[in-house]
Ligand binder design. Structure first.
Ligand SMILES: Cc1cc2nc3c(=O)[nH]c(=O)nc-3n(C[C@H](O)[C@H](O)[C@H](O)COP(=O)(O)O)c2cc1C
Length: 227
């Protein structure tokens, strides 16, 4: 087993895979570790659909494309794509994006396995449901699990990426995979043997996102702690 810190520092988003299959026993071993993720009330509402059928994989990718096209168009307009705070100047009905702009996403269909990570909303405590903003708490009962999949995969020499565009087409995905209506689509995770292993990830330094006491307090690590 590799060192935890090294695994956490190098679990990159893998988008190109060799043709090596990812067998069920390896996948089981990955999920066996990932299942120790936390969830609200330990309700463990996650479900995983393991997709290897090429037609189903292609369909899942195609269903995601309109959401990506909007993402690309909003980015090109200098916006933070899909954000719910600042209004967008992009009309989704008129978005026109060259196929090359979404080719990278279509590559994901070549992964030996696509995992659809789903969440049974009947067991999720959404503590922010009454707030006048987009919900974030519900996701906390599934994304630690999804990240654990990536960490466990990395530890065993596999790799993947957490993607969410497919959720924009949730009703179609529910129908394709026969998910009940109360089961939300949380992520599409391509998994396989990475074509290239990346080990230098770009992340903000701690002092840029952690502050002492208040939002505008001194950056953590930038001021004497006994001041
Ligand atoms: C909520 C979420 C959605 C994401 N959606 C996608 C996606 O649709 N396609 C993709 O290739 N990567 C997706 N990613 C992966 C991010 O692009 C990736 O984590 C980030 O760029 C850092 O990449 P790195 O770990 O290789 O440095 C997503 C990640 C998160 C957390």
């Amino acid at each position: 087993m590799a060192d935890l810190e090294q695994i956490m520092r190098t679990t990159f988003a893998c988008r190109s895979f060799t043709e090596e299959p990812l067998p069920d026993d390896e996948l089981t071993a990955i999920l066996e570790i990932a299942r120790f993720a936390p969830s609200g009330g330990n309700r463990q509402g996650w479900h995983v659909i393991v997709v290897r059928n090429p037609d189903t994989k292609a369909e899942l990718i195609e269903l995601s494309v309109p959401a990506i096209e909007l993402y690309v168009a909003q980015r090109a307009a200098g916006e933070n794509p899909w954000n719910t705070v600042e209004p967008s100047s992009v009309d989704p009905a008129t978005v026109s994006v060259p196929p090359a702009a979404t080719a990278w996403y279509r590559e994901l269909a070549k992964a030996p396995v696509l995992l659809v990570v789903a969440l049974d909303l009947r067991v999720v405590a959404s503590a922010d449901r009454h707030l006048d903003r987009i919900g974030v708490i519900s996701g906390a009962s599934v994304y630690p699990f999804a990240q654990n999949i990536l960490l466990a995969a990395r530890d065993r020499g596999w790799a993947g990426a957490l993607t969410t565009f497919v959720a924009a087409a949730e009703p179609a995905v529910q129908s394709l995979l026969r998910l009940p209506s109360y089961v939300a689509v949380a992520a599409l995770v391509p998994l396989g043997r990475p074509e290239k292993v990346l080990t230098k990830l770009t992340r903000k330094p701690v002092a840029e996102f952690a502050h002492l006491e208040t939002w505008d307090g001194p950056a953590l690590g930038a001021a004497p702690t006994n001041a």
